[in-house]
Design a protein. Structure first.
Length: 174
């Protein structure tokens, strides 16, 4: 109905279909409506803290998402470790060397029977984080090296002091 009404468009990505607003005018109209609509109340401090934790860092299936995931994706692109291409992303030589330095064997990841690397729209930041086998391998290394830890709140993650130090060395700040 929204697509038929030209308010939304469909973007296909493999077996997934993503819907996005059709134009800036539609976005402005929705933002105007949000000003007069009631917000969902946060009823407890715990609920507020859980929402914030999910926005900062969480898993999206098996890869890192939230502010930290977006910052990592941005840094991989800025460092030239990730090269956007049609259908996903490639890892140039500099990226292979850099990722090997944090324990990720890019060659082994590329042989897996799954998509290698592609952008995934983050629902909290509304920007892309990295998805695919490469993102899962990076997330696994971050967990194994105790740069991030799972919390008791389901998918939420928290960065450890060691993780903050190591990610700052890589230029990742969330």
């Amino acid at each position: 109905m929204l697509v038929d009404g030209k308010l939304a468009v469909v973007v296909s990505s493999g077996r997934h279909r993503y819907y996005q607003l059709a134009s800036a005018d539609v976005a402005q109209a929705l933002e105007a409506l949000s000003l007069i609509s009631p917000s969902t109340p946060t009823r407890s401090l715990r609920q507020s803290m859980d929402r914030r934790a999910l926005a900062i860092a969480r898993t999206c299936y098996d890869h890192l998402a939230g502010d930290l995931g977006v910052a990592l994706h941005d840094r991989l692109l800025a460092n030239g470790w990730l090269d956007p291409c049609v259908g996903g992303s490639a890892v140039p030589a500099a990226g292979r060397d850099g990722l090997a330095g944090v324990g990720v064997d890019v060659g082994a990841v590329a042989t897996q029977r799954r998509r290698f690397a592609y952008p995934c729209l983050d629902w909290t930041a509304r920007r892309h984080h990295l998805a695919g086998g490469l993102a899962a391998a990076v997330t696994t290394q971050m967990l194994d090296r105790r740069w991030i830890r799972r919390t008791n709140s389901g998918r939420a993650l928290r960065m450890t002091p060691e993780g903050e130090h190591q990610l700052n060395l890589l230029g990742v700040t969330a």
